[in-house]
Ligand binder design. Structure first.
Ligand SMILES: [Zn+2]
Length: 420
């Protein structure tokens, strides 16, 4: 669906135009910064978005001191409709530079690899991007190869802005109150630290931060951290026979026995893993930090029991040594919350279908702002935004997929109103 076919939508306000306008603004976040937003430049995009939201007619649009943009699309019906929120993040990942983004548009893609124009070593290969097979005839936006693109998640922002304009300009489209939320610092895991859910006033939300057209993700990993501390028996090496228990060797033995088929490098889909992330060791004391991931709570506990049994077995081979085993909860699968409100995902699936796609439900092998929002009281699955190869100079997105995302948002607003 082309935005230009909607009444009252000027060509400079197409989702592609908006996207190209937003990606050239550098909004990289910085994990080393203690402030929120972590980088003041994220406010540059926030201010532009507030101006544009006001121009669309959303009078209450504002940017707060922590870098969040809030706005309201008022209801245009008398009946009570649940207040929903559309949410995207303004920052780009610290992994690759977002300064001086020079977006390139490849019109009417004919297939094959895409050579980026600013760096001959940067090629978007079809073999690594099978999703390109779905894009024949589409217009593909890439970088010149020297920066990331920032489709993650400025595509989501452009889509929400365009949908807000369509809903405002077309009173014939019936909808309830819809909140718009743009967050800073998602890429450094602080995207919802300072969000004011009272001020937002939404019952349910959707992040627009997924990949391929048609996807909706209602599951994340459940995640724990485990800290194993080993105390050995330290003694002068010259007099150590039958006495020394070297904590470095004990730690090595534990790591060696970690199950190889329950590792990130050996799992995909719905299988979880145990993954050592850091080791510090000396003869008298060693610490192993691990993360444990699974989609099910029971699977998480089983993995932690397996891990502790393994540690006990190793420790038993080094009499006199001892260990502590501490589990810290990190985050939980948002499906637990979303299953209590099945209409959230059902309505999104219906909207994706009405926008002309086959809905695909997926699981995220990680955490999202949506999972944190869900546990903060705002249930929030993740809808596709259309971007691919996130956080790299070979990031790409098609105009047509962004338009499908806009159509999905408009249909979603209508579905909630119809079903209220
Ligand atoms: Zn993102």
């Amino acid at each position: 669906m082309r935005s230009s076919t909607w009444i009252g939508t000027a060509m400079t306000d197409t989702v592609l135009d908006r996207f190209l306008r937003y990606v050239v603004i550098d909004t990289q976040s910085n994990p080393a910064s203690p402030t929120q937003p972590s980088t003041i430049k994220q406010m540059d995009l926030g201010r532009l978005l507030v101006d544009e939201l006001k121009a669309i007619g959303l009078a209450d649009a504002h940017l707060d001191e922590h870098g969040y943009v809030y706005a309201t699309i008022p209801s245009n019906v008398d009946k009570t409709v649940p207040v929903i929120c559309f949410c995207s993040h303004m920052d780009t990942a610290p992994d690759f530079t977002g300064t001086n983004v020079k977006p390139q548009i490849l019109r009417d893609y004919r297939g094959g690899d895409i050579q980026l124009v600013g760096d001959e070593t940067q090629i978007i290969r079809l073999s690594e991007n099978p999703a390109l097979n779905e894009q024949i005839g589409n217009d593909i936006v890439t970088t010149d190869g020297t920066t990331l693109l920032g489709a993650d998640d400025k595509a989501g922002i452009a889509e929400i802005m365009t949908a807000a304009q369509i809903l405002t300009d077309n009173p014939g489209i019936k909808h309830g109150t819809i909140k718009v939320l743009f967050t800073p610092d998602e890429e450094i895991g602080r995207g919802v630290d300072k969000v004011d859910l009272g001020r937002l006033g939404a019952e349910f939300a959707y992040t627009m931060d997924g990949e391929s057209a048609g996807q909706i993700e209602d599951e994340t990993f459940s995640a724990d951290g485990v800290e194993i501390t080993i105390t050995g028996v330290a003694i002068h090496p010259g007099f150590a026979k039958d006495k020394m228990k070297n904590a470095i060797k004990i730690a090595g033995a534990i790591i060696e026995r970690l199950p190889r088929d329950v590792a990130p490098e050996a799992t995909e889909g719905r299988n979880g893993f145990i993954h050592p992330t850091a080791v510090t060791a000396a003869m008298e004391k060693a610490t192993i930090s691990l993360i444990v991931r699974d989609f099910e709570e029971a699977g998480l506990i089983a993995k932690e029991q397996l891990l502790e049994t393994l540690v006990e077995d190793v420790i038993a081979e080094y009499p006199g040594s001892s260990y502590t085993f501490v589990v810290n909860q990190q985050y939980r699968n948002m499906k637990v919350i979303l299953d209590r409100h099945p209409q959230i995902v059902e309505n999104a699936i219906e909207a994706i279908r009405r926008a002309g796609m086959a809905p695909v439900r997926g699981s995220i092998r990680g955490g999202t702002d949506g999972s944190r929002l869900s546990f903060m009281g705002l249930p929030c699955p993740n809808i596709f935004a259309g971007g691919h190869a996130f956080h790299s100079p070979r990031e790409w997105i098609s105009r047509q997929d962004m338009e499908k995302a806009v159509a999905t948002l408009v249909e979603l607003a209508k579905v909630w109103e119809e079903r209220a």
